[in-house]
Design a protein around this ligand. Sequence first.
Ligand SMILES: [Ca+2]
Length: 534
Amino acid sequence: MKRALTFLILVWRRVSRQRKLRGTLQLAYGGDRKAGAGGIPSAPDSCTASKRTAKHRALQCSGVNWLSRVMAVAAGLWGGVTHADTGNRPNVILILADDLGYGDLGGAWGGRAATPHLDRLAREGLRFTDFHANGAMCTPTRASLLTGRYPQRMGFERAHATRGRDELGIARPGNHEITIATHVRRAGYATGIFGKWHLGKHPTANPVRFGFDEFRGLTDGEGDYFSKLDRFGGEDWLHNEQFENQPGYATTVTTDNAMDFIERHKERPFFLYVAYQAVHFPWQVPDDSNRETRREGEEFTSGKPGLRSKLGPHTPAEIPSVMQRMIEELDHGVGRIIAGLRAHGLESRTLVFFTSDNGAYVHYLDPDLVDPAAPTLPPPDWPLVGSNGPLRGQKTQLYEGGHRVPAIAWWPGRIPPGRLTAETTMTMDILPTVLDLLDLPFPASNGPNRIDGVSLQSLLLSGAPIPSRTLFWRAPTQKAVREGPWKLVNDQLYNLADDIGESRNLAATHPVVLTRLREKLATWEKEVSRPDLP
Ligand SMILES: [Ca+2]
């Protein structure tokens, strides 16, 4: 078996090299882009694309390409794929921060934290000013990131937090999701996720069942940064499908795991998902190791400040500075990963995308209790936490503060440095962007894995605007629609072009826009409905 597989790999490599010499595509997949667009070769004659829309393209490849595809998978499983074998496709690193707000980072974002590494990443790449998480909480956005689809299609509209390991999450009956890891793994990529999953704690929802070769981290939405116990006091740090704790501060451990993965896969194409828990509660800093307060079997999500609360071992007054320190450790981790890429000479063949899964808690409070007349004022006895800059609202809410987040795309030599984009973009755009950049086929636009996002390839590589579209959010008690500068949120209408803080409700003076967005929302809700899910 080993000899046969090795022989087939050698034949496939030889065929690939010959095709390259002929000036044709040596890839397993082809696209319908013009030759040289984005520096990626044009499609072979044998791999044609259907008429492409802004959202989708479907490929029908010939037997030759399917053979190549099979060989790529086989070689990938065998560990023998090199960058040349995959047509010098780039590595992809997605770095996701947790609960990091629009105003939390320093430098160009204006926050108090010192974030020199993310500042540099933005200066060397493309910084987004109108990038949005698909949800205002963890689970929905993470689902969209990995599938390119609205989270409603998977029944996700809030964060899942369950005692025990019963939550099926992405593996719920009726879900047949293909993740970005599965897509690239089929093309021969090594795939790894380190950090927070939060798409189901049940063994059948484990990341290794969804395209990842390797997983180290937590499956719940949060855990103690040192003991790694989940919010219910249960063990929740895994290596693939087995519990295996790793000592140390979770942010640092996740960075260590990511760097180890890069080191082990530097000679072959890889997809790395660095899903930091930072800066989600419990709010703990690296120096807190001697102040560990969690105990097995004890919940730490008490609603009041104290040792068993989300505040960690700190007083409410300390939380803003604790957050600042946590953000700086996150920035330090990103800096280490980028330095690792440079040390291995991988920076020119690695796309890095950094963003957050939702906005910051400005203050910790049940949003239903917020006084609409003074939504930014913290109530007595609750701490200030993070910053969403000039935006209204916070995590859990569908005002901009809940879902407009920092984002950076970085790929030296391919993404021009120092650019800023105000294009309205969303987490679900990342998967189609990666498929486009890697020249991989999209799921059928009329099939069960249809993608809702759009490719940002042209925006990244040349600054070209993306086609206009309407975007939607929905949480259990909130709804929002975005069309150009207009935003309808909870039936209030705002023009973000001159009111980014959503302070002037224009519903009464713009009835035509109001009616149009209401109708679009109703149509979308009907289209993504999943009545089979609770
Ligand atoms: Ca989050």
